[in-house]
Design a protein around this ligand. Structure first.
Ligand code: F6P
Ligand code: MN
Length: 313
């Protein structure tokens, strides 16, 4: 693979997608998002940290960076020629790019997840979910690809198009080159990443946390969904949860933009993703703003969470 003198691990993203025989238009779409991320990093590094003066569908204040990242991706997708419909965590409705959906893709994305962590200089990310055709409101199991970009000390891109999960890092030329192919999750983990306030946990969740602690698991939670999931995926073990809370039965995280793409990636790596009562990827979406509780990571740990929840709620 690659040119003479070039190792596989200098393979660029586009070349890798071609060699993996990923559909040409899907390759185009993934590369458009990769290109958009270069502009997003630039805004994170140097942009305005203030609020935009608007709020999103969830009543959360939008930061100038949220709005800008959203515009950067939307513009790229609109001009890609391969997108039918798109919907973002920052926009209140599905946007039609092309009425001719045949052979095109539809995309749900969170342009800058964790944006409220930028002022304290913690890691943030972009999350993307991709379907064939025009429908973004379908169960996550129908995704044909998912990816995220993590803006940390390094910028990395992780994608799957149904043939394993592969990690790339941005080099000095701002190109993504292969770091690791076929990320794999061990069945049990020694890290846990628990979202939500502990005093609002239900008895089942408390039991699950004690189970992880008794097995020697260490707490590793940054408060950013992308770095927290990336840690589990790249370490190849552990569990992240943002559970149902006593005052928030649906937890916090959003099915279309956050949970479906991450569930797809973790399952592709041999892990599991559950609401605590069933597979995330089997959820039938009711609307673009659906939320669900999530337990995601090493398979046996996720199964234990389901067991404690079935027994104690
Ligand atoms: O978009 C949601 C998000 O910022 C995620 O990145 C993160 O996992 C979660 O919210 C953190 O929520 P909390 O602030 O309640 O811990
Ligand atoms: Mn988000």
């Amino acid at each position: 693979m690659g040119e003479p003198g070039q190792t596989k691990f200098q393979t660029g993203l586009r070349r890798y997608l071609r060699e993996m025989e990923v559909d040409r238009d899907l390759t185009r779409l993934i590369c458009e998002i990769a290109n958009a991320s270069k502009y997003i990093i630039n805004s994170i590094r140097t942009g305005d940290l203030g609020v935009a003066g608007t709020s999103n569908l969830y009543g959360e204040d939008q930061l100038a960076l949220d709005v800008l990242s959203d515009r950067i991706i939307r513009k790229r997708l609109s001009h890609s020629g391969v997108v039918a419909n798109m919907v973002s965590e920052e926009t209140p409705e599905i946007v039609s790019v092309s009425t001719d959906v045949e052979g095109k893709y539809s995309v749900a994305f969170d342009p800058l997840d964790g944006s409220s962590l930028v002022d304290v200089n913690l890691a943030v990310g972009t999350i993307v979910s991709i379907y064939e055709g025009g429908n973004v409101l379908q169960p996550g199991r129908n995704q044909v690809a998912a990816m995220y970009i993590l803006y940390g000390p390094r910028t990395t891109l992780v994608y799957s198009s149904g043939d394993g999960v592969h990690e790339f890092a941005m080099n000095q030329l701002m190109e993504y080159t292969l770091v690791q192919e076929n990320l794999q999750m061990a069945p049990k983990g020694t890290i846990y990443s628990p979202g939500g306030q502990r005093n609002l946990y239900t008895p089942g969740i408390e039991k699950f946390v004690s189970y992880m602690e008794q097995n020697g698991a260490k707490l590793r939670y940054s408060g950013g969904f992308v770095p927290d999931i990336n840690q589990i995926l790249v370490k190849g073990q552990g569990v992240f949860m943002y559970p149902h809370l006593q005052d928030k039965p649906m937890g916090k995280l959003r099915v279309l933009y956050e949970l479906n793409p991450m569930a797809y990636l973790i399952e592709q790596a041999g892990g599991a993703a559950s609401t605590g009562r069933g597979r995330i990827l089997d959820l039938e979406p009711q609307g673009i703003d659906d939320r669900a509780p999530v337990f995601i990571g090493s398979k046996e740990d996720v199964a234990m969470a389901e067991r404690f929840i079935a027994e104690a709620g």
